[in-house]
Each structure stands twice: as C-alpha cells, then as structure tokens.
Ligand binder design. Structure first.
Ligand code: ADP
Ligand code: MG
Length: 239
C-alpha cells in the first residue's frame, strides 16, 4: 500500500444532496452482502458519475464500511484535480500495463475506511487495458479486503470500456442527468449492461430541480392542507 493521500472538497454541504446519497447508500446495502462490486455508469459525459461515486464512497466509509473507490475512467479522469491531490500518484493504467504493482496503486485516504485507486496517466488503449487479466486480479483481491468496491467508469455511448467493466461487477447503477438525456439513450445503456450479464441495480436521477417538481409541490400543499384541517379541529375542540 502506498502512502495516504488527502482528498479535498469531498463534502458538498448541501443537505438535500447528502440525504439523497444516504438513500442511495441504504438501497445499496439492502441489495445484500453478495453485492460488493458496483459500477457507476451513464450514457453521456458530465452526468455526475464521478461526483456521485465519490459521495457514496465517503458516505459508506462514514458508517464504518471498508470501501475502495476505483477510477476506471482512464480516458478522462477528474479525481486528482477535482480533489486537489498532491504528489506523484501512480494509477490503474500503469498497473494494467505492467509498470506498477497492485500495492503501488492502492492509496489510503484522509477518510477513514476509504482507499482509492486513481486512473493513472492517459493511455491510448484504455479498453484493451481493462480487458487485461490483471484488472480481474485487482477486483478479486480487493473483494477479500473491502466491504464495497465502487467503480467509476467512462460514459457508455460510443465506448466499450463500461461494458468490459460491467462483466466483472455484481451490479451497475446508471446515473442520469435529469432532463438532459433521451429515453432511447438510457435504454441503449441498459441493453449494453444486460448483454454483459451485469445486474442493473437502479438509476440515480441527478441534478433534479425539486423546486419545480410536481410531486413535492403537491406534497407541500397536502401538508399545509392537513395542518389547517388539524388546527381547525383542535380550535373547535377547545371551544
Ligand atoms: N466537486 C466538484 N468540483 C467541481 N465541479 C464539479 C464537482 N462535482 C461535479 N462537478 C461538475 O459537474 C460536472 C459533471 O460531474 P462529473 O461527476 O464529473 O460527471 P461524469 O463523471 O458523469 O462525467 C463536471 O463537469 C463539473 O463541472
Ligand atoms: Mg467521471
């Protein structure tokens, strides 16, 4: 195991977001103890995979789970810059191409219980690298040491990487940016995952505008309606 790295900006400080991540955490836990390796995918870039997978890893670690976050987005990794990680960091692409050992790419983090594998330098053949036996070996070894392996992947539209990773995972979560993605695209991702034999655990609807959401709107009204009714009832009883 390499030295610990410090991940910055992992807390969003957004109450609704944190609650949603807790719900996701609970749902993942309810999938049973056989579910260890979960990939996060989407049809297009920028739907929020990396953001959600990091928040979930931190959340699972906060309740005492041992978590390994693996960044398998060798094409466009954002974690090192986004979380202000300093120093010379070895990553997955170097391990898969035989330049580094498994121990050299595993890092403890400042978050207790959470370890991380960064993507490593860009490589011209990420899909081929992910097909290496050494990737299977990494997942197999990590399954012994961790409660959960969360795998961040590139988007699935036009790229095979996600389907390769899916074949090695117990389940997949599809992250969808609310209002931005067509049903047809999501169905294509679903079909690709099914072809890889990966169980689809569910969908995260990201960046939902709850202020315009009809359900919450109605619920709010219902609440105030009920409160009014109760108040009138008690006022009457007092009389
Ligand atoms: N912690 C963060 N710091 C800065 N920008 C962020 C952060 N989290 C999300 N974003 C923004 O959200 C966008 C999409 O999030 P990201 O998780 O990178 O999507 P994906 O992994 O699906 O490509 C990014 O392009 C960035 O603009
Ligand atoms: Mg990403």
């Amino acid at each position: 195991m390499s030295d610990a790295v410090c991940l910055k900006h992992v807390e969003k400080g957004d109450y609704a977001y944190e609650e949603a991540i807790k719900t996701l955490r609970t749902n993942i836990q309810f999938c049973g103890s056989n579910l260890k390796t979960v990939m996060f995918t989407s049809s297009m870039p920028d739907e929020g995979k990396s953001e959600v997978v990091m928040a979930l890893a931190v959340s699972l670690a906060s309740i005492g789970k041992k978590v390994l976050l693996v960044d398998a987005d060798i094409r466009k990794s954002v974690l090192i810059t986004r979380h202000g990680v300093r120093g010379r960091i070895n990553g997955l692409s170097q391990y898969l191409s035989g330049q580094k050992t498994m121990e050299e790419i595993l890092y403890h983090t400042n978050i207790e219980g959470m370890d991380i594998v960064f993507a490593g330098p860009y490589s011209p053949n990420p899909a081929e690298l992910l097909e290496e036996n050494s990737f299977k070996e990494l997942i197999r070894a990590a399954r012994e040491d961790y409660d959960y392996l969360l795998i961040d992947t590139p988007p699935m539209a036009g790229l095979i990487d996600g389907a390769i990773v899916a074949g090695l995972c117990d389940g997949a979560v599809i992250v969808i940016e609310s209002g931005a993605i067509s049903r047809r695209l999501v169905q294509r991702v679903k079909a690709q995952l099914e072809k890889s034999g990966c169980r689809i655990l569910g969908v995260v609807l990201n960046r939902m505008d709850t202020s315009r959401d009809r359900y919450y709107g109605k619920y709010g009204k219902y609440n105030s309606y009920k409160r009014d009714a109760y108040e009138q009832y008690y006022e009457k009883k007092k009389e």
